[in-house]
Write a protein that binds this ligand. Structure first.
Ligand SMILES: OC[C@H]1O[C@H](O[C@H]2O[C@H](CO)[C@@H](O)[C@H](O)[C@H]2O)[C@H](O)[C@@H](O)[C@@H]1O
Length: 604
């Protein structure tokens, strides 16, 4: 049985990531990339879909675990009646091949250990052929070979590889699992202890570049390390999360594949990284973006594969029962074909932010922005699927229109403040038309709130972002009215639902419901802070910190009733929310969105 979502820690090598439960079992790993088929998919079924457990023979959860300070090296410890043992796990930043390194170390007494390796390629589907080569194991299936190099005595048993051994104080037993394409020669295995030390150094060096000096430094640093772990180093692409199909409702069907690069999520991640000193990542992301969206801006997708791949068709994997029975398990994501107008605005805002932050200008980037503006000019009046990717009918979502406004606003500023070339007066006029349209059709004066879409009876937590992008000032009564309405109508036990799915005739077109959306809850922290309710903002922020798991990770959502994390994990959206709110509350936030002096000055 897989653990709770919050039972999982993550390790990764900037090309893929493994999730490790409190019982020492790797229950999720895709090789060689984040979006490759999993060789351990127990998370979405049970151990027969592949897992790799190393722990005391008696089983059970660890007594404690932690990351080594400022690193992605995980240490899991068990106190047993016979002694204490530690397993150290890491994935060294990629050299010749992907390696997963696990070292067992006796700390006290002598502990009987068991290793249970069940390799199932293609998401639990394919049992590999296992052969011995010079004392190591090679598991071969189709395009993949997975090598196991260890000094433990392993043997095969019922299509799995097991080892029973005892570690005494001061003894270590090493395991290195390496992936290689099956047509290539065996890669040089890394030495486990050396790999742990070099991984440790890599992450410490990366953390040394962090400029964050505000409150809650450990939570912010852990979030930043995790965001970095969600970047795909070869291309600079930024993932939404490391998993697919962890459910938004236990037992439900809201199960999606997040192992791709959403322009929206990446832009938000960029804000958090730029605001904490990580300019190289911002540059790499911009270059990724320019390559991914090259071509006709009318064919811009809201998301791409890690290398900018456009086709990520959605399929279901019927042989997997799903996390706690939450089926179907999906790979690929049909949202890639949706129209989500906010994305144009977010990309324009993200590139504006890079410019404002002094990340060197690039002529191609401005050409792209002009092309995006041309598209937006002809399409901002279209209904769309919104940032929530609704699968119901397209509507005139207020947040989408406001982000179109933000796109033109940033374009005008690019001309006025940065001397770039463009028809600023025309853009200004469109900007003001959008503003007037939203204020006339997207605001309900009787309820004193903006609405989810034109004519909607529902609300949307994304409305909390309107003042952040400068659409109206925080003290505008329409903004304070909307913040109050979100609190009144969308909060469950103080946490924020992104909207009520059943509202407006089932706005998202999906069955079931979902948990509180953690990113939105961080947006409420920022809104409370900006509207002068600072104590409440801090209280909510600290409550959200308390929802992180024991190693500081957050999934997409949280169910206040069962007290469990829900959805894909670790999720960039949630962690970006944490970093940005910490910066706001600490007063260390530099401009990542329009400041008060940049607020809208046109009509309405
Ligand atoms: O709820 C329906 C949609 O859920 C997913 O989208 C959500 O995750 C995205 C990645 O973090 C995020 O950008 C989006 O705002 C969220 O709504 C899923 O990917 C969609 O396919 C699905 O329709």
């Amino acid at each position: 049985m897989p653990g709770r979502i919050e039972d999982y820690a993550v390790i990764g090598d900037l090309q893929t990531a493994a999730l490790i439960g409190r019982d020492g079992s790797v229950d999720w790993l895709c090789l060689p990339r984040f979006d490759s088929p999993a060789c351990f998919a127990a998370l979405l079924h049970d151990e027969s879909a592949g897992h790799w457990r190393i722990g005391p023979a008696e089983g059970g959860p660890a007594t404690r675990r932690r990351y080594r300070e400022n690193t992605l090296v995980l240490e899991t410890e068990w106190d047993t009646p016979d002694g204490t043992v530690r397993v150290t796990d890491c994935m060294p930043p990629r050299g010749e091949a992907a390696d997963l390194v696990r070292v067992v170390e006796g700390l006290d007494g002598a502990v009987s250990m068991r290793m249970d390796l069940v390799l199932r390629l293609d998401y639990g589907h394919v049992v590999p052929w296992v052969r011995r080569h010079d004392g190591d194991l090679a598991a071969i299936a189709g395009p993949d070979t997975i090598w196991l190099h260890t000094d433990a005595p392993v043997h095969g048993q019922d299509h799995r590889t097991v080892a029973d051994f005892t570690v005494g104080a001061g003894q270590t037993v090493r395991f290195v699992l390496t992936h290689q394409a099956s047509h290539l020669p065996r890669p040089q295995p890394v030495e486990a202890h050396t790999a742990i030390e070099s991984t440790d150094r890599f992450w410490r060096d990366w953390m040394d570049r962090c400029t964050y000096d505000g409150r809650w430094p450990e939570a912010v640093r852990r979030a930043l390390i995790t965001l970095k772990a969600l970047t795909y180093a070869p291309t600079g692409g930024i993932l939404a999360a490391a998993t697919t199909s962890l459910p938004e409702q236990l037992g439900g069907t809201r199960n999606w594949d997040y192992r791709y690069c959403w322009l929206r999520d990446s832009t938000f991640t960029l804000q958090a990284l730029l605001g904490t000193g990580y300019r190289d990542e911002a540059r790499a992301w911009r270059e990724w973006l320019l390559r991914a969206v090259a071509g006709d801006p009318a064919t811009l997708q809201i998301m791409y594969g890690l290398d900018g791949t456009r086709r990520i068709p959605e399929q279901t994997l019927p042989w997997l029962s799903g996390y706690e029975g939450s089926a179907p398990v999906r790979v690929g994501n049909a949202a890639a074909d949706q129209l989500q107008l906010d994305v144009w605005g977010e990309v324009l805002d993200g590139l504006h932010l890079s410019r404002e932050s002094g990340v060197a200008a690039n002529e191609t980037a401005w050409d792209l922005q002009r092309a995006l503006l041309d598209f937006l000019e002809g399409n901002w009046e279209q209904p769309d699927n919104s940032l929530w990717e609704v699968r119901g009918p397209r509507r005139h979502f207020v947040h989408s229109k406001v982000m179109a406004w933000a796109g033109f606003d940033r374009a005008v500023k690019a001309v006025h403040h940065h001397g770039l070339d463009g028809p600023a007066d025309r853009w200004l006029a469109i900007r003001d038309r959008i503003h007037a349209d939203v204020c006339a059709r997207g605001f309900d004066p009787e309820r004193n709130t903006f609405t989810q879409f034109y004519g909607s009876t529902g609300l949307d937590a994304a409305l909390l972002l309107l003042p952040r992008v400068g659409f109206l000032p925080w003290d505008d009564p329409r903004v304070t009215g909307t913040v109050d309405a979100v609190r009144r109508e969308l909060c469950v036990d103080g946490l924020v639902m992104r909207y009520h799915p059943q509202q407006d005739d089932n706005v998202d077109g999906l069955p079931g419901t979902e948990g509180a959306f953690l990113a939105c809850s961080f947006w409420l922290v920022d809104a409370l802070h900006a509207t002068g309710r600072r104590r409440e903002a801090t209280d909510l922020f600290e409550r959200l910190l308390g929802l992180r798991n024991d190693v500081g990770l957050l999934a997409e959502e949280y169910d206040p009733v069962s007290g469990r994390q829900l959805g894909n994990t670790p999720q960039a959206f949630s962690l970006v929310g944490l970093v940005n709110s910490a910066r706001e509350l600490s007063g260390t936030a530099t401009r990542t969105t329009a400041s008060a002096t940049d607020q809208h000055t046109g009509p309405s």
